[in-house]
Design a protein around this ligand. Sequence first.
Ligand code: NAG
Ligand code: NAG
Length: 213
Amino acid sequence: MSPRMTVLLVIFLHSYVALASDPDAVQDFCIPSSNLSSSVHCKNSSLVTVEDFAFSGIKNAGKFGKAKFTSMAVTSRVFPGLNTLGMAFVRADFDVGGVNVPHFHPRATETAFVLEGKLYSGFVDSENRVFAKVIQKGEVMVFPKGLVHFQMNVGKSHATILGSFNSQNPGAVKIPLAVFGSEIKEELLEKAFGLSSKDISRMRKRFGAKGSR
Ligand SMILES: *[C@@H]1O[C@H](CO)[C@@H](O)[C@H](O)[C@H]1NC(C)=O
Ligand SMILES: *[C@@H]1O[C@H](CO)[C@@H](O)[C@H](O)[C@H]1NC(C)=O
């Protein structure tokens, strides 16, 4: 490869990397300032303590919802120490048979590490090809950014995963909620899914409250 080509390739790869994640931070850290009247967005670093970098909110599982599933996303909103650092994480717990419904994160790739249990776990690519298998304690699966993924506890006991994201605010779009728990016109849903008005009402009731599980 000519030196010129190499330079072009490096520039291309560099801009690709820069576009593939949150912007690079320009300081060591930036604990958001709670002082709304301040035009500076980061706390004065002399006021920052180790407590700003520690988080203890995921020691225990949350309360199980309808799908025998509970998750606690730890983004920069709940853990301000993550601000500008380009990452976030999630603890998810599954009762026996519990399901993490198909969903995607618009702004992040996720790696899911199984702390406990046995999960049927996978994702669907943009050609509707499914990549899924059972993963167990100590194993990891990666879900590429923006692709629909899912998990189900297929073991005989509780399962727990720790997911990591390469964005401080990955976002989460749950497919059933986005489709049936939103206010899309019923007629469109009937036509799109070949369902009757009765079916749609049932689905709407099930996923009705926006943001519920
Ligand atoms: C908030 O910021 C303003 C402007 O920088 C400053 O005058 C004020 O003292 C700050 N208040 C606190 C509680 O830090
Ligand atoms: C941060 O706080 C220190 C100590 O109170 C002060 O000397 C310094 O001027 C402050 N820096 C800014 C940018 O406000």
